[in-house]
Write a protein of this length. Structure first.
Length: 367
């Protein structure tokens, strides 16, 4: 990079001195001040170097930055049934995030996605499912309103974008990665507005609402509303989320309440995260009008050169159905600052259903 700078600075210096040489026949030796001309040249070179350094920092404009991420998945299932349909499958996920700030405190965010994660026969591939075409996955604008309030408005953006869910478990799978806050933290996308307020001392409150884009907050649209309160201390956190999901065109609505908490002890002991959600499905038949989700996870930040975690839980289980529990373990190994490899092994178990065991390796790149 120093050689690259020199190649840029040298022509720039010659270019700045060229006008001096071109007009030398018009300037007497007494009019020429070498120190002054050198100071002007150095000032212009410093400006050129400053712009070059800004380019090196990853900003392709003065207001916008871009980040890229790629996840590659390789996995296989063993479902213990009579058919020999087990196979090794692959998938990928690609994402570009563009972030623009006009005031230094606001942020216009655009997300572009592509990928086949979750569509190749293994549901634990927790990746983008848009296919091979690059699509706009979300556009949002976040800005402060006073010293303690943050506001967001967006399209194809989760209504819970400003919520705080108290969970530190970071498994790479799909079923347990939301820490049992499956429905209360509304994540269906659509047209979204929300706000969060910071009371200080770790206490926050937030509200979010989302609706369909072709019928914004009307009787015909399927609207969702949610509230979130959280308290975060140095080594623990708790949060409560309440969500209402309307059924488009119907008077009945679904309501969900999720509780999450985590504790991070000192030393070699693992962090523990727990989550529980209960839902009331309006208009559903008796015995199927309540559902629940549950998880508990342990996380170790330092296991050799990487980190690890184990978890168990179930998701969206109706009260009259057998609970499908998933047990999983993963290890995240950083190859360098921009590349990690994360193997995951999991088992799904329920009464009357054949157990399913899966193995997945996720390779992640970020730049």
């Amino acid at each position: 990079m120093k050689l690259f700078k020199s190649l840029l600075v040298a022509p720039a210096t010659l270019g700045l001195l060229a006008p001096i040489a071109a007009t030398a026949n018009e300037v007497t030796i007494n009019d020429f001040n070498p120190a002054e001309e050198l100071a002007i040249t150095n000032s212009r070179v410093d400006g050129l170097e400053a712009r070059l350094n800004n380019f090196e920092a990853g900003s392709f404009s003065e207001t916008t930055t871009a980040s890229f991420s790629v996840d590659m998945y390789l996995g296989a299932l063993d479902d213990d049934d009579a058919t020999d349909d087990d196979a090794v499958v692959a998938g990928y996920s690609f994402q570009i995030d563009l972030n623009t700030s006009f005031t230094g405190e606001d942020s216009l965010d655009v997300s572009l996605d592509a990928g086949t994660g979750g569509t190749e026969g293994i549901a634990e591939f927790d990746g983008n499912t848009e296919g091979d075409s690059l699509n706009v996955d979300g556009v949002s604008y976040t800005f402060p309103l006073g010293d303690k309030t943050t506001v967001i408005a967006g399209i194809d953006t989760d209504g819970s974008a400003l919520f705080t869910t108290s969970c530190v478990y970071g498994g790479p799978g799909n079923l347990l990665d939301d820490c049992a806050n499956v429905n209360a933290g509304i994540t269906g996308g659509g047209a979204t507005v929300g706000a969060a307020y910071d009371f200080g001392n770790g206490l926050t409150a937030a509200f979010g609402a989302q609706t369909t884009q072709n019928s914004v907050f009307t009787e015909e649209s399927g609207d969702s509303y949610a509230f979130n309160a959280a308290y975060t201390a140095d080594d623990y956190g708790v949060s409560l989320t309440y969500g209402v999901v309307e059924n488009a065109g119907l008077t009945d609505e679904n309501t969900f309440t999720a509780f999450n908490a985590y504790y991070t002890p000192e030393g070699a002991l693992p962090s523990i995260s727990v989550g529980y959600e209960i839902g009331d499905l309006g208009g559903a038949a008796a015995g199927a009008d309540e559902q629940s989700s549950f998880m508990v996870g342990l996380s170790w930040d330092e296991v050799g050169p990487g980190s690890a975690g184990i978890a168990l839980g179930h998701s969206n289980t109706n009260e009259n159905a057998d609970e499908l529990y998933q047990y999983e373990a993963y290890y995240e190994y950083p190859i360098n600052d921009g590349m990690t490899i994360t193997p995951l092994i999991y088992t799904q178990d329920a009464d009357g259903v054949d157990d399913t065991t899966g193995v997945m390796v996720k390779t992640s790149f970020s730049f």
